[in-house]
Design a protein around this ligand. Sequence first.
Ligand SMILES: *Cc1c(COP(=O)(O)O)cnc(C)c1O
Length: 225
Amino acid sequence: MTVKANLERINERINKACIKGNRNPKDITLIAVTKYATLEKTKEVLDAGIFHLGENRDQEFLRKYSVIGQKATWHFIGTLQRRKVKNIIDYVDYIHSLDRLSLAEEIQKRAKRTIPVFVQVNVSGEETKHGLKVEDVLPFIQNLQSFDKIQVMGLMTMAPNTRDDQIIRDCFRRLKALQQQVQALQLPFAPCTELSMGMSNDFEIAIEEGATMIRIGTALIGEKE
Ligand SMILES: *Cc1c(COP(=O)(O)O)cnc(C)c1O
């Protein structure tokens, strides 16, 4: 399947989920997760009209960035090691994986402009998943006050890998509730207007539960080649 054909199917599914969840499709940004995609495939994504790209490895991101540059909006979606921050910080538009203070300190130290970030939350509590525990999120964000290079645009999570839709839905719902708690704090450095949640297997549920950014890899690109 071509990227274009896949995109048509995905857009239909997005529209259906928007109707079901009473959402406006304009409020949903599709991030094409190109981490396993070749440069050729990634260009197909751009040709199909998707300009938000998600990468999770610094070298692969830089390789693609060196060709595509600012034609795309770049989302860093993976676990970010502290020592990699300096490699990517000048080129990323969003970081979706802020999950510890040491990483915030490194971003603060290296950034030459304000970086929009998502705080990654491990809602499901699975040990294999990165992210802050739900109960640690509010104090963590309040601690970011002195970091003038960091703007908390929203929260990000990955749902548990399960076929049980209700478990997935509960996870997204809890992230939304947490977002409302952050917004209630009215912190100027944490508007927290966005929710980055939903992947190939669960983006419809995420949309119904309030996602504003969905991160889609395999459904758009196909399996890893
Ligand atoms: C790989 C990845 C995705 C995309 O996953 P698919 O199931 O291929 O859509 C989304 N978010 C993160 C953080 C990822 O690492």
